[in-house]
Design a protein around this ligand. Structure first.
Ligand code: G
Ligand code: G
Ligand code: MN
Ligand code: NA
Length: 254
């Protein structure tokens, strides 16, 4: 696989980058967190989406070094913003399905927290509902291990997978992220609105913080605010930005 060699080289040469997308508190309007999203500018192909290269990394074992790089880079950036005097943010990092099966994942997370000095309470790990449900028992043990480090745990892309309410209650999640496919039509479809509203209520019933993904319009934000959703993430507020641009955005708000 040609892409595999190129990805390996990109990792070695540290030519992958993280971009950061703000999460905004719906009541205060303040940025309270960011999600780190990997970006790859391929020398020939140009921008390659993580939707393409994450699966390649998963198939080739490169997900281990890539995942470690992303976590370290994100924690270092969070520390850099703190040392610039910016208000503390929760830094969210995605974990892929394959990463959840890696032996020693929790040790790796612990090591990077120690190395970088980031307060574990300021790190949130995002796991998709599908990845969690693929191996409910093993994941349960892993989530307990991760939780005991003091990090936050989020269910990503909620609503797209096959899930039961029972598992949400059983696992030590802090945050539920409503998949953007449920957000796009909340202001035009009564059914979609009902689903979003129900997910928010259910999340709160389970004492989870609820984040809406893919918020693109003021109308969606107003709807979500009126139904007590906690945070929004989406193009309405900002696209994912390179570190420098994100720093400017944060400095403006503080
Ligand atoms: O940013 P974008 O919408 O292009 O991301 C596409 C997908 O790639 C999303 O599902 C996102 O969670 C995933 N992704 C982005 N960065 C990372 C990363 O650093 N690690 C993992 N495992 N997935 C990522
Ligand atoms: O799967 P995950 O939720 O981790 O991926 C987040 C993805 O959603 C990123 O690729 C990001 O670029 C994309 N994204 C973020 N905000 C919006 C938005 O408002 N609209 C759309 N269509 N995509 C978004
Ligand atoms: Mn995510
Ligand atoms: Na998502």
């Amino acid at each position: 696989l040609a892409l595999e060699q190129d990805l390996r080289r990109a990792l070695e040469q540290e030519s992958l980058e993280l971009h950061y997308q703000p999460k905004v508190d719906l009541r205060s309007g303040e940025v309270v967190g960011v999600e780190a999203l990997a970006r790859w500018q391929h020398p020939v192909e140009g921008n390659i989406s993580p939707m393409h290269f994450i699966p390649v990394a998963e198939e080739t074992g490169l997900i281990r070094p890539l995942g470690e790089w992303a976590l370290r880079e994100a924690c270092l950036q969070a520390m850099a913003w703190q040392s610039q005097g910016l208000p503390p943010l929760v830094m969210a990092v995605n974990l892929s399905a394959r990463q959840l099966l890696q032996p020693g994942l929790a040790d790796m997370v612990a090591r990077i927290l120690t190395e970088t000095g980031l307060d574990p309470a300021l790190l949130e790990l995002e796991l998709t509902e599908t990845a969690v449900m693929a191996r409910p028992e093993e994941t349960s043990t892993l989530l307990q291990e991760l939780k005991s480090l003091g990090v936050r745990l989020a269910v990503d892309d909620f609503g797209t997978g096959y899930s039961s309410l029972a598992y949400l209650r059983r696992y030590p999640f802090d945050t539920l992220k409503i998949d953007r496919s449920f957000i796009s039509n909340i202001t035009t479809s009564a059914d979609e609105a009902a689903i979003a509203q129900t997910i928010i209520a259910m999340g709160h019933g389970l004492r989870l913080q609820v984040v809406a993904e893919g918020v693109e319009t003021e109308e969606q934000a107003t709807y979500l605010r009126s139904h007590r959703c906690d945070q929004l993430q989406g193009y309405l507020f900002s696209r994912p930005l390179p570190a420098g641009k994100m720093t400017e955005l944060l400095a403006k708000g503080s």
